[in-house]
Design a protein around this ligand. Structure first.
Ligand code: ZN
Length: 228
């Protein structure tokens, strides 16, 4: 089977010219039709050629947007939390398989589902910026796995919530803090709206808890940045 692999190394994330030690991670964005085929066949959910064609034509758009936004998102995360991003390369595999975006902590690999960003897939696609924020979300899972929160009073308070909700409270609060710090209220609005429409309702619930009041997210951020 022929494998076409499009890989873009984002050297822009290295933080050239910084006076401090560069701690920004390198993200390699790739799309592998053969891996997508291996994913989609067992699910009985074939990937149309027109989706693949559109994704390949728009992959550079996604990469460019990440190149411009990613360093700012990462730098703001480090500034807010006082913690460094892991330095090793992270592979972001784009997928058209009927599978959710996911991170695999320990493997430094994330997958980003691109279906809903495609005009050939849906008449009302999400913005490419939302997919960049999805990549950021998945990278934040890796970041938080390196900086686990110990003895969280907030997680104890929400012990009855589903684990998938609890797993996202600090992450979404941090994502909100970052987007507000970068003065990106429209991006935040789209993230909350699209996340809240995802199946299962876990993100909707997590966003509800993080947005209980205008300042609720700051409690989570405070736990994240607490030195133990
Ligand atoms: Zn997540």
């Amino acid at each position: 089977m022929r494998t076409i692999r499009n890989a873009f190394l984002l050297a822009a994330l290295l933080g050239f010219g910084c006076s401090s030690q560069a701690t920004l991670p390198r993200i390699r964005v790739e799309y592998s039709p053969s891996e997508d085929l291996a994913c989609s066949v067992p699910r009985g959910s074939p990937i149309k050629d027109e989706w693949k064609t559109e994704l390949l034509s728009r992959q550079p758009e996604f990469v460019r947007l990440w190149q411009s936004e990613g360093p700012k998102l990462v730098a703001a995360t480090e500034a807010i939390s006082g913690r460094d991003f892991p330095l090793q390369e992270i592979t972001a595999r784009l997928t058209l398989c009927n599978a959710p975006s996911e991170s695999f902590p320990g493997t430094d690999r994330v997958t980003i589902n691109m279906r809903y960003a495609l005009r050939s897939f849906t008449p009302e696609p999400v913005s490419m910026r939302y997919k960049v924020d999805t990549l950021f979300h998945e990278v934040l899972h890796i970041f938080l796995s390196r900086h686990p929160i110990k003895n969280s009073a907030l997680l104890k308070e929400h012990a009855a919530e589903d684990e998938r909700v609890r797993d996202h409270l600090h992450l979404l609060a941090l994502q909100k803090a970052v987007l507000l710090k970068l003065n990106e209220p429209d991006a935040l609005k789209e993230v909350i709206a699209v996340d809240s429409a995802l199946p299962g309702g876990y993100y909707k619930r997590a966003w509800e808890l993080v947005n209980t009041t205008d300042t609720e997210y700051l409690k989570y951020v405070a736990e994240l940045s607490k030195k133990v």
